[in-house]
Design a protein around this ligand. Structure first.
Ligand code: C5P
Length: 402
């Protein structure tokens, strides 16, 4: 099967020794049915001749932004519109830095700015250059903007070093390019995820909270973004980095969380993984509370109910497909099914927090998913990121059937 049949690919060739693999890449892309136009940077031309790539692609190679003859044939904007995918291989450290800054001082960087097509980079550089914090920061920024990074691989390098920075092989790059066109389970969907604990103030220095680490919700956000969704992650206070391509909203209390979720509506799918405090102090003392000798040993704190975020959103007219979590220490399935009904959910994910290996703050999880017909599907114990991918795939299938 030609996985890239009639797909139009602009291949950008930067100035690195790995440019010799770009010749092979043109062939592999064409083997898969793609039409390829090559754009070379000045550096790229030092490593491989345009004539080679012209012969392999079957089209003149695009070299200069300001060449009137080339612009008359197919100008940079036309080329940017023509592309279904812009693949830059090799992408040097310098090219990545220029793309991060939005610099457009040659044909390739201009084209990347001008195109609406997906952009993918295959980094290729010395291992120390790849590991350098500035390159790592650039890779992170580019990833957050939705630019895909293919590789790099680790191994022996042309300069004699060993480490990460080798460009992937042509065959691997062609397969990854083809993956870019595969429809993903949550393409075009807006997914709202709640994560972490909430914090309910008692006074300016004290609060009530719980042991939730946010790991499950963050893993779900990452998995949903990987599945093509636009993800809004509303999280209480946690110590976790924001996954790529995820829009994160930080909140403190349950009421903040509800307001942030309402502001993020409408959405197609809601996954409520937050451990929301059920109660908050009725009044928040304006100043630090003092030990009161008159009250003897005790202190009574009057608590009031917090809003149920999940139930509130699942009751709206524009309700999303709604998935809740039931963390229980006993009667797991019975309590979970009751919550499914009471909160008007489509699915509930039951997990046994009495088991320390899969409870709050642990690295792993094991879950049972229950649907409205009370059918159960169990996912065996594994890392939270693996469970998240399996769970997102399961939910997406149900959502797409709904
Ligand atoms: O009722 P319980 O707290 O056990 O329900 C757990 C589920 O409901 C979780 O999905 C949790 O994120 C959600 N929830 C909520 N707002 C609350 C309490 C729970 O969204 N105030």
């Amino acid at each position: 099967m030609q996985r890239l049949y009639r797909k139009r690919i602009v291949l950008g060739v930067g100035g690195g020794i790995a440019a010799y693999k770009s010749a092979e890449l043109v062939r592999r892309l064409r083997d898969q049915g793609a039409e390829v136009r090559v754009v070379m940077t000045r550096g790229g031309r030092e490593f491989i001749t345009p004539l080679t790539l012209q012969a392999l692609s079957g089209h003149p190679v695009h070299l200069d932004l300001l060449d009137p003859a080339a612009e008359a044939a197919m100008g940079h904007i036309e080329l940017a519109r023509w592309a279904d995918l812009v693949l830059v291989a090799p992408a040097t450290a310098d090219l990545m830095a220029r793309l991060t800054q939005g610099i457009a001082d040659d044909l390739l960087t201009t084209l990347v700015l001008a195109t609406d097509a997906p952009v993918a980079l295959a980094p290729a550089m010395n291992q120390a250059m790849w590991r350098d914090p500035s390159t790592q920061a650039n890779a992170e920024v580019l990833g957050k903007r939705g630019i895909r990074l293919f590789g790099p691989a680790a191994g022996s390098q042309a300069c004699g070093d060993v480490g990460p920075g080798r460009m992937l092989e042509a065959e691997q790059l062609a397969q990854l390019a083809a993956d870019c066109f595969q429809r993903r389970a949550l393409d075009g969907r807006h997914v709202l995820i709640t994560a972490g604990p909430t914090r309910e103030n008692i006074d300016p220095v004290r609060y009530i909270t719980n042991h939730s680490s946010g790991k499950m919700g963050f893993s779900l956000a990452e998995a949903a973004a990987e599945a093509g969704a636009k993800v809004t992650l509303v999280t209480g206070p946690v110590h976790l980095p924001t996954p790529d391509r995820v829009n994160r909203v930080d909140v403190i209390s349950a009421r903040d969380m509800l307001a942030a979720c309402e502001a993020a509506m409408p959405c197609d799918l809601l996954i409520a993984a937050a451990a929301v405090a059920d109660y908050r102090p009725e009044v928040v003392a304006p100043h630090k509370m003092k030990k009161d000798p008159a009250s003897g040993e005790g202190l009574l704190l009057q608590l009031v109910r917090n809003p149920d975020i999940l139930a509130t959103l699942a009751r709206r007219d524009d309700r999303p497909f709604s998935v809740g979590f039931a963390a229980e220490t006993e009667h797991l399935l019975e309590y979970a099914s009751r919550k499914l009904r009471d909160k008007n959910l489509d699915l509930i994910v039951a997990n046994d927090v009495a088991n320390p290996a899969i409870g709050f703050n642990s690295e792993e999880n094991a879950i049972t998913i229950i649907d409205r017909d009370l059918r159960q599907t169990s996912l065996a114990q594994t890392s939270k990121s693996k469970i998240a991918r399996q769970l997102v795939a399961f939910i997406a299938e149900r959502l797409n059937q709904a």
